[in-house]
Each structure stands twice: as C-alpha cells, then as structure tokens.
Write a protein that binds this ligand. Sequence first.
Ligand SMILES: [Zn+2]
Length: 82
Amino acid sequence: MWTAIIAFIVVFAIGMGIRYLVNKGRKGAPRGGTITIKPQINIGQNNAAPPPPAAKSAFCPNCGTKLDSDSAFCGNCGARIG
Ligand SMILES: [Zn+2]
C-alpha cells in the first residue's frame, strides 16, 4: 500500500525535476540551441467540440413556450418571434 504511494511520489518528483531542468535550459538557451518544442499531446482528453450555438428564439419571449426553429410566431400566444 505505502510502497505504491511512495513510488508514485518519487515518479512525480522525478518528472517535476526533469520539467524544471528543461524549463531552466530553455530560459538560458545559449547561442540558440536546437530546441524542438513538441506539441502537447493530451492523452485521455476527448476533444469534444463545443455544442453549436442554440438557435435564436428557441423559446417564446412572451410566454416561454418552446418554439420550432423556423417559426415566426409563437404557437401558444401568437407573439411574433424575432
Ligand atoms: Zn408565446
């Protein structure tokens, strides 16, 4: 149990140490060394596109009834949409 936690902490610490050294090397890069910056790869992060913007006038501004996307008048109260 504890060994797993300690191993995780050690791996994490090593990772942070490497990161620190890499950042330090980048800041003090002498004579424009050949540093290739790899694009970040987010594993396990689904790049779900944001939902499309909702159609305008989805609800009647007068009575709040849900409307069809193309309706010009509210089917409930008859208020003009748009
Ligand atoms: Zn209405």
